[in-house]
Ligand binder design. Structure first.
Ligand code: KG4
Ligand code: ZN
Length: 342
């Protein structure tokens, strides 16, 4: 089965063609095209929804065209089995560009249209193989950790995915980005904080709220306040201060995320832990998970997507569509910025 997938929930415009494996247990990439308006948001220090939506409408057709060409398909009438599109959560203006494009193409080419929850897309990035990486086994505990979301979910199988807990305020990626703004690091700050932290010393032990709370909830807004308090005591933002605060921030976020996710895996007696979302691209997070698993005396296996599949892309939307296969008539598909688990 071949699916053309479209992703426009935020500031990335993605189109990809995926093909399911013969036994239906994973998908392969035939193409994965991406355009971004990130450099425009770097100037303003965060995403301006109107700017993101306008750029989505500029990029969408060229990106879809490129994805079809790279997959060696006819861009005017491709030989595909379905079209998939992100319907939410996300920014309404950005979502509408992808949803209306997908509806138009489904109508014009007479193809089934599969609406996809962006959060499920992040999870299914784990079911794309590009280099014979091992596939997750289910049941699993999944951490979805991005700029907009931080959630722990229990994935019993492909049809039973239940939310266990999530952030009560800022998402982990948002915390990286807000700390970045205080340190004058450009948006998105997560990857840069990861780089600066490599030269940082263990000077700051920032708060880890709700870490030992029984609920699988998170709170990251206090981190930004703690960093603000620290920064305001310095006359100058030196390289050393940036490196040390980056280290302290990354330590705090990774510590809480890994501890609570492993607790959830213990409670649900699963042996697979899956990471997904933009923050899962962070190498330190991956390493801390592996270290805590090693010392836990449990037999957990950790699954993470390739780094380029952690941040927003359309391939993951195609993968989720393949496993969910819930096509509905194109004229009943609509964008839902508030979509969540369940
Ligand atoms: O999943 P994503 O591309 O978009 C959303 O759905 O939100 O995630 C973007 C978020 C940003 O907050 C960015 O700072 C963060 O993921 N991020 C990282 C890293 N790469 C991206 N955070 C920490 N370390 C990274 N290497
Ligand atoms: Zn995302």
């Amino acid at each position: 089965m071949k699916i053309l997938a479209i992703e426009t929930s935020c500031d990335e415009t993605g189109a990809a063609v995926i093909q399911s494996s013969a036994n239906g247990t994973f998908v392969k990439l035939l193409s994965n095209s991406l355009a971004t308006s990130m450099e425009k948001h770097a100037i303003t220090g965060g995403i301006i929804p109107e700017v993101a939506a306008r750029n989505q409408s500029l990029y969408i057709i060229p990106v879809v065209h490129e994805a079809l060409k790279l997959a060696k398909l006819n861009p005017s009438n491709p030989d595909i089995d379905a079209i998939a599109v992100t319907v939410g959560p996300g920014l309404i203006g950005s979502l509408l560009v992808g949803v209306e494009t997908a509806k138009t193409l489904a109508y014009a080419w007479d193809k089934p249209l599969i609406p996809v929850n962006h959060l499920f897309g992040h999870i299914y990035a784990n079911f794309i193989t590009t280099n014979n990486s091992s596939l997750p086994t289910l049941p699993a505990i999944v951490l979805v950790v991005s700029g907009g979301h931080t959630d722990i979910v229990f994935m019993k199988d492909h049809t039973h995915i239940a939310w266990l807990g999530g952030t009560r305020d800022d998402a982990a990626g948002e915390a990286f980005d807000k700390v970045g703004r205080l340190l004058h690091i450009s948006y998105p700050a997560g990857p840069l904080i990861e780089e600066y932290a490599k030269n940082g010393e263990y000077v700051y032990h920032f708060p880890r709220p709700l870490m030992y709370d029984k609920a699988f909830d998170f709170s990251f807004s206090g981190l930004k306040t703690a960093v603000l308090r620290e920064v305001s005591q310095h006359n100058e933002i030196t390289h050393k201060l940036v490196a040390d605060i980056s280290r302290g921030t990354q330590d705090a976020i990774c510590d809480v995320l890994s501890y609570k996710t492993i607790q959830a895996a213990k409670e649900k007696s699963v042996s697979s832990i899956i990471l997904s979302g933009g923050v899962a691209a962070n190498q330190e997070l991956r390493d801390i998970f592996l270290e805590k698993i090693r010392t836990s005396n449990e037999n957990f296996s950790l699954f993470v997507p390739e780094k380029f599949l952690c941040t927003d892309n359309a391939a993951m939307i195609g993968a989720a569509a393949f496993f969910q296969q819930n096509s509905i008539p194109w004229n009943t598909v609509s964008a839902n910025p508030e979509l969540y688990f369940d």
